[in-house]
Design a protein around this ligand. Sequence first.
Ligand code: DP6
Length: 355
Amino acid sequence: MTPFHRLENTFEVGWKSPSNLALVKYWGKYGRQYPKNASISFTLDHAHSMTNFIAKPKTGTDLIDLSFKFEGENKPAFENKIKKFFESILDITPFLQEYTFEIESKNSFPHSSGIASSASAMSALSLCIMSLEQEIREDKLSETDFLKKASFLSRLGSGSASRSVYPNLAMWGEHRAFSGSSNDYAIPYYDQLNPIFLNFHDDILIVSKSEKSVSSTAGHALMDDNVYSSQRYQQANDRLEVLIAAMKEGNLDDFGKIVEDEALTLHALMMCSQPSYILIEPNTLNLIKSIRDYRNQTGVPVYFSLDAGPNIHLLYPDEHKEHVKSFIQDDLEKYCLKIIEDQVGQGPSKLNSTI
Ligand code: DP6
């Protein structure tokens, strides 16, 4: 067991950590937050969480003693979730019992904008925990090991969060074709990537702000009895290899085919689960149709993806941004409540000042 020393004074740290968009989706899990197939995602830039974390020598008697504020307000439901998370990782980070925590977080994207925040929130929190660990460890972690363990803790908070700790593109899940890949944590994966993907755009077209009608955890559980599940896990792992080859070559056709089919497969799986969920809205389909028509008519390589909700991620290379801007204004805006312009980003960073 790693030796930790006990802090006598207050420790304070803050991290900003982004959301991510899965290109090959994680949908289905087992055991202690292990994925049924490998997945890969773009790390986003503008959509992020900022978390401020203060640890003081413990004063209370609870096993975990913490208070949590979201955007300046107490949020008992989130606070409880974080307490449970801390309790669940005490075998890995036992020092969490020794401090009283004041945690405060905010998101760059509006609350209830339909953007899933678990990836950015859990990764920002895990990075803060890792900064505390680094402070009290006798043997300091290298930067690589620091991020690996931050990804490991993030995964235990929310599977997709494991991928948010790296810049550009991150992969999570053991896969025979990718050395170093693991079910325990994500790995960065952008070394031999065609540069076109390093500043790819990902505009988020918000069509509904309503809360998800199925939680991710419940959604993953539906895969256990889905008749297509084993073929699906195989398909995802096979596709990952094809996608990476396309992203190395800069083959946008193959990239787009896989990414769009992944989004539709995710929703098809939800639709044919028991019970069945339809999370897309009429305007999701209007947008998909417009994107496909525009691409066919103009040849501009613009593609869509979806999370477990109705909002569209519009993906395109930087060199086409002016064309796509007009396309959005002329043909897409009318179906959207709001548009958040985003793109592939550089991963988390430590905050210099309190949020
Ligand atoms: C559709 O990571 O939110 O976004 O591990 O239960 O917290 P939990 O699930 P979560 O699932 C994300 C599913 C997805 C696809 C993906 O990000 O790979």
